[in-house]
Design a protein around this ligand. Structure first.
Ligand code: AMP
Length: 140
């Protein structure tokens, strides 16, 4: 497996070099909206420590990311009046991973509404900003 690349796009977001629609942050994890959401409220949860994916992440960091993913899922149910939540996590290109800093997807779902295809739709900044506020309010 290749080593962690500190110039991946999520590492730049974590360092504040690129913008994001932040939803949650603590000392070990960071969560922000996916800018190409597969459904409204699609959120990504990352460990702050460098990790390429599930194959090299520190187990305690992975456990913490999943704790935060649960909080986000609970908030997403409220914020988006969701009926369910899909949680996804991809590892290496063959496993569907595109960005090589570990992240967990939390996607609010409604019955009968299919997920959009990955990277098929770019949401507008106004909508993303409003959705981040809705999630933050539901987390408070
Ligand atoms: P994957 O590595 O397959 O889990 O997918 C990476 C995800 O990151 C995709 O869902 C993209 O839409 C999302 N993504 C890519 N660039 C950004 C960005 N700058 N901000 C937020 N989400 C992003």
């Amino acid at each position: 497996m290749p080593s962690y690349d500190p110039n991946n796009i999520f590492a730049k977001i974590l360092r504040g070099e690129l913008p994001s629609y932040k939803v949650y942050e603590d000392d070990k994890a960071f969560a922000f909206l996916d800018i190409m959401p597969r459904a409204p409220g699609h959120t990504l949860i990352l460990p702050k420590a460098p990790a390429r994916n599930i194959l090299d992440v520190n187990p305690d960091d992975l456990a913490h990311v999943m704790k935060v993913a649960q909080k986000i899922a609970q908030a997403a149910m409220k914020a988006f009046d969701a009926e369910g939540v899909t949680v996804q996590q991809f590892n290496e290109a063959a496993g569907g991973q595109v960005v090589f800093h570990l992240h967990v997807h939390v996607i609010p779902r409604h019955a009968g509404v299919s997920l959009k295809a990955p990277a098929s739709f770019k949401e507008t900044p106004d909508v993303l900003a409003a959705h981040a506020e809705r999630l933050k309010a539901a987390l408070a």
